[in-house]
Design a protein around this ligand. Structure first.
Ligand code: GZL
Length: 366
């Protein structure tokens, strides 16, 4: 049954952000704050009253990584039939055109809500306007949409801070270990995704400030094959010229490790190459525990329940926070540093504890 925001009612969203502690968002029950234009909106909430299943269309990035699998499972569990939902799930296979098409199909199907994890951060305003015209609220999770704000809420991570934290850790770690010249290779995530943009920009900000040389930075598409192919090419092109590899997710790091092993390049604690990764999935933390990955910067994927909490708030006619950030631990292989301190993307000086991995199975979130 289609739930409609009553026409003529406008949306008031908290302009502020909420921060979830320990990688789990508190349910967003922020007080209404006017959007600055005095508008307030109340969703009609008739679906809950009617008892019909709430229909949700979810356009997921794809199936490229362990992180993505955890994200998909989290959303499917949250929007399950027993929880009162009818979920229309589309795996968009990393294809932006397919993702836009999936959203248009959700509009055709007259779903109550649309959830999008945007493959890339631009090219969204037209289809989000179509959602708005159809009276279907859009919730964005994980990656960001940067060319439109026609969605009611976003839940995800601050990718710039992940990059800043990785760069800061490398600076302090190299100093503590007496490593002076850092010659860095980067294997980026899917080009144009906000995760790739934020991690790249954040790390580069520290690299530029420290005068490090980033020898090369190529797209590994967040996949293990992508990481392996790029690293094979790097090992051929830059043999003996690099001592740091930054992979923008764990699956790329798994591929890069295979390529370096085949090329006779050692990596990890007190080896030829310092290996840095992002996501901190269980398999990634197992490599941190073994000392193969020096540091792994968590990106928290279990956002389904927070997305469902937003839907429930809208069903009850509550206003919701425009942004909810996951906060995430930074994992390391050695007890060399207790914490890192840097200026985050909000301009705040933050000091964040580092977590030494001693038992990946119990320390992993997914
Ligand atoms: C980040 C997410 C990224 C992960 C990758 O929030 O979008 O996409 O870091 C995944 O593992 O493929």
């Amino acid at each position: 049954m289609k739930k409609r925001l009553v026409a003529g009612l406008l949306v008031s969203l908290m302009a502020t952000s909420l921060v979830a502690c320990g990688g789990a968002a508190d349910s967003n029950s922020g007080d209404a704050a006017d959007a600055g234009d005095g508008t307030t909106t109340e969703a009609s909430g008739d679906t809950a009253a009617s008892g019909d299943a709430i229909t949700v269309g979810f356009a997921q990035v794809g199936h490229e990584s362990d992180w993505r699998t955890a994200s998909t499972n989290s959303v499917q569990a949250a929007f399950s039939e027993e929880n009162g939902y009818d979920l229309e799930f589309v795996d968009c296979d990393n294809d932006s055109a397919k993702q836009i098409e999936a959203v248009r199909q959700f509009i055709q199907d007259d779903v109550d809500y649309i959830v999008i994890d945007p493959i890339v951060s631009t090219g969204w305003d037209t289809v989000l306007t179509e959602c708005e015209d159809a009276g279907i609220p859009v919730i964005v999770i994980d990656r960001t949409i940067d060319d439109s704000d026609k969605y009611v809420s976003w839940v995800g991570s601050e990718f710039m801070n992940e990059g800043l934290a990785a760069g800061t850790w490398l600076k302090d770690y190299a100093a503590a270990k007496g490593i002076e010249d850092l010659n860095i290779l980067v294997i980026e995530g899917s080009n144009g995704s906000s995760a790739q943009i934020g991690r790249t920009d954040g790390f580069k900000k520290i690299a530029d400030a420290e005068g490090w040389k980033i020898i090369d930075s190529q797209d590994g598409d967040f996949t293990q094959d992508g990481g392996q192919q790029v690293m094979e090419s790097y090992c051929k092109s830059y043999e003996g010229k690099f001592n740091v590899v930054v992979c923008q997710n764990d699956n790329e790091a798994f591929g890069a490790m295979d390529a370096m092993k085949a090329a006779g390049v050692s990596y990890g604690v007190d080896k030829d190459v310092i290996l840095i990764s992002f996501d901190a999935c269980k398999a990634g933390l197992e490599y941190v525990q073994s000392g193969d990955i020096n540091a792994d910067f968590m990106c928290y994927p279990l956002q389904g329940e927070y997305c469902a909490a937003i839907v429930q708030q809208l069903e009850k006619g509550e206003t919701v926070a425009k942004q909810t950030f996951m906060t995430e631990p930074w994992y390391v292989a050695e007890d060399v540093l207790d914490s890192i301190t840097y200026t985050n993307n909000a301009g705040e000086e933050v000091t964040e504890e580092l977590v030494v991995v001693t038992d990946a199975a119990s320390q992993a979130s997914y």
